[in-house]
Design a protein around this ligand. Structure first.
Ligand SMILES: [Zn+2]
Length: 163
């Protein structure tokens, strides 16, 4: 399969494609066909346009999940967060590539597409968005800091200090 064809056939859920009400400016994700804020006055009919979310956001609140949902057994503890996007919608998703203790309110994150879960019997793999921290305060160093020396390198006897 060609790359172009692959992308054409990529389901829309791989994109953060929302919708925007051009009447009041509210952005929705998942996309809506009418605007709840405007429908009372029928102002949003024919006023909804596609609106792509940037994938940027910041953690509004989060919880560390220790009891796994079915299909998440290999991933506990994991962090489930509400992420406020600059476009407006608040998304729910798992925060990955970070230790649970490092997640905080206000953490800048970016949506990334990952394997979400695998159904045990059928083996069907679900993909969707998760959030990964956007490092901006450490000058581009790896999020987890320098590697820790292996214990044996600390305990190796010095050749000059032989008995
Ligand atoms: Zn509206």
């Amino acid at each position: 399969m060609s790359i172009a064809r692959f992308w054409r056939e990529t389901p829309r859920r791989y994109n953060l494609g929302g919708s925007k009400c051009t009447n009041c400016g509210t952005v929705y994700f998942p996309p809506r066909s009418v605007c709840p804020q405007c429908t009372h006055h029928r102002q949003s009919i024919e006023k909804m346009v596609r609106s792509q979310l940037s994938g940027e956001g910041e953690v509004l609140s989060y919880t560390v999940v220790h009891e796994p949902a079915e299909g998440f057994e290999m991933q506990v503890p994991y962090v489930l967060a509400l992420v406020k996007t600059p476009e407006g919608p608040v998304l729910t998703g798992q925060v990955v590539d970070v230790r649970p203790g490092e997640v905080r309110i206000g953490l800048k994150v970016r949506a990334t597409f990952r394997k979400l879960r695998e159904e045990g019997k059928s083996g069907v793999i679900h993909y969707g968005y998760k959030f990964s921290p956007v490092e901006e305060t450490n000058g581009g160093l790896p999020a987890r800091g320098p590697p820790v020396p292996a214990p044996e390198s600390l305990e190796r006897p010095r050749s000059a200090a032989g008995a």
